[in-house]
Design a protein around this ligand. Structure first.
Ligand SMILES: Cc1cc2nc3c(=O)[nH]c(=O)nc-3n(C[C@H](O)[C@H](O)[C@H](O)COP(=O)(O)OP(=O)(O)OC[C@H]3O[C@@H](n4cnc5c(N)ncnc54)[C@H](O)[C@@H]3O)c2cc1C
Ligand code: SF4
Ligand code: SF4
Length: 363
């Protein structure tokens, strides 16, 4: 017998429940839409209730009453900035932690081009975590690993989507001086199953799978035009702009997790220490700082966020900004993405149709 912890359309897949269960009674099943959903195996469950208690959707979040500070900024190192999605701020935050013998958790590709959460204490390995990967990452036992490092006294930076940060904070259920958290302004996460189909389609077209993908390639058209770059093992490269079907599905809001259309974690009062984002609209707000290599918005949400900011700012070109500017040009800060009414039909068709058919029908 199996049962849900929470209604599927509300579950963000943060996996706090799976990390807390003392009996390993939660199985992770893949839904028809390709997202992971926790299911309680009744034969192992002792009804301790921890999984429901830890769920950040079912419970009230802490209410951050700090005054949020907002900046636009660019990493002074243009090489790093070109390899990052916007202004290259993540790398500086991560370096600040690693230089204090700390550990950084984030999302990276594995060899199969799935996105997973992993960690490093090595600045040279940060490249793997750099850049946005537009699909939901697998968290697995990440929060348990974070806790082990915290108890060992290591400084830890956890980076992820807002729901993953809240999942971690809820799992830990106590403040750790050595924990730092960084989230993003989040449009929503596309389905890993659609990504897998997309990679199979790329293989059919090119007779091999890509071995490297950059979702935010900037070289030709610059930062604020979505370009995706694929590299194959024979060194062939492809750069697509508006015509890439995966990015079109993502930006048409048809392949997101259901919880992303009704997200409780988009907020101006976040519990993460620092929020990073693309500074959309910066060319109108502050043309002096604008260039095509990418500009980040930073929201400093807490005392620890301020500590990070004070320690990385010498490596940034910075301007003050207003929260109203972010709200105006980046609605995902506090508003859910609009539901695409073809979503359910799309996922039914995904089961039985070829990717080409889906492209014809939905794009
Ligand atoms: C799914 C998704 C949706 C986003 N939606 C928006 C949006 O609507 N508006 C906006 O302004 N910005 C959005 N971003 C954030 C933006 O794309 C940049 O990540 C951000 O501007 C920081 O860029 P950077 O140059 O400082 O660092 P980068 O080096 O580009 O940042 C990398 C950071 O992103 C994390 N990350 C990458 N992929 C994932 C993933 N799949 N899941 C969890 N964490 C991940 C890494 O762990 C690392 O911390 C989104 C990012 C993702 C992954
Ligand atoms: S009630 Fe307790 S034992 Fe049962 S699934 Fe939830 S956390 Fe695990
Ligand atoms: S939109 Fe909300 S629910 Fe979806 S991944 Fe982002 S934070 Fe999580």
């Amino acid at each position: 017998m199996k049962s849900n912890i929470i209604q599927e359309n509300l579950c963000t897949g943060c996996m706090a429940c799976n990390n807390i269960c003392p009996k390993k009674a939660i199985n992770i099943e893949t839904g028809k839409d390709g997202f992971s959903y926790p299911k309680i195996d009744k034969s192992k469950c002792i009804n301790c209730g921890l999984c429901k208690k830890v769920c950040p959707v079912l419970n009230n979040l802490k209410n951050n009453k700090n005054k949020i500070e907002v900046y636009s900024c660019k990493n002074k190192n243009d090489k790093i900035r070109m390899k990052s999605s916007s202004g290259g701020v993540f790398t500086l935050i991560a370096e600040y932690i690693i230089k204090q013998n700390g550990i950084v958790f984030g999302a990276k590709f594995n060899k199969k081009l799935e996105v997973i959460h992993d960690y490093t204490d090595n600045i040279d390995k940060l490249e793997e975590f750099r850049g946005s990967k537009y699909l939901q990452s697998k968290i697995e036992n990440t929060y348990t690993n974070v806790k082990k490092f915290l108890i060992d006294g290591k400084k830890v930076l956890f980076t992820g989507t807002p729901c993953q940060v809240e999942g971690l904070l809820s799992f830990l259920n106590q403040d750790y001086d050595n924990l730092y958290t960084q989230d993003i302004i989040c449009h929503g996460v596309p389905s890993p199953k659609v990504w897998k189909k997309h990679l199979e389609y790329k293989k059919e077209q090119n007779s091999e799978y890509p071995i490297h993908v950059n979702f935010r390639y900037k070289d030709i058209l610059g930062w604020n035009n979505y370009q995706i770059k694929y590299i194959y093992s024979n060194h062939t490269e492809q750069v697509h702009h508006n015509e890439d079907p995966y990015m079109k599905f993502f930006l048409n809001n048809i392949v997101l997790r259901k919880s992303c259309y009704n997200c409780k974690f988009k907020s101006l009062a976040r519990n993460s220490d620092i929020t990073i984002a693309d500074f959309w609209g910066i060319e109108k707000i502050d043309p002096k700082i604008y260039d095509e290599k990418g500009i980040s918005a930073i929201l400093v949400n807490s005392r620890k966020g301020r500590e990070i900011f004070e320690n990385i700012k010498q490596n940034l070109n910075i301007s003050y900004a207003k929260i109203e500017d972010i709200i105006k040009y980046n609605s995902c800060i506090n508003q859910s993405t609009k539901y695409n009414s073809s979503r359910e039909k799309f996922f039914c068709d995904l089961e039985k149709n070829s990717y080409e058919k889906l492209i014809q029908k939905y794009l």
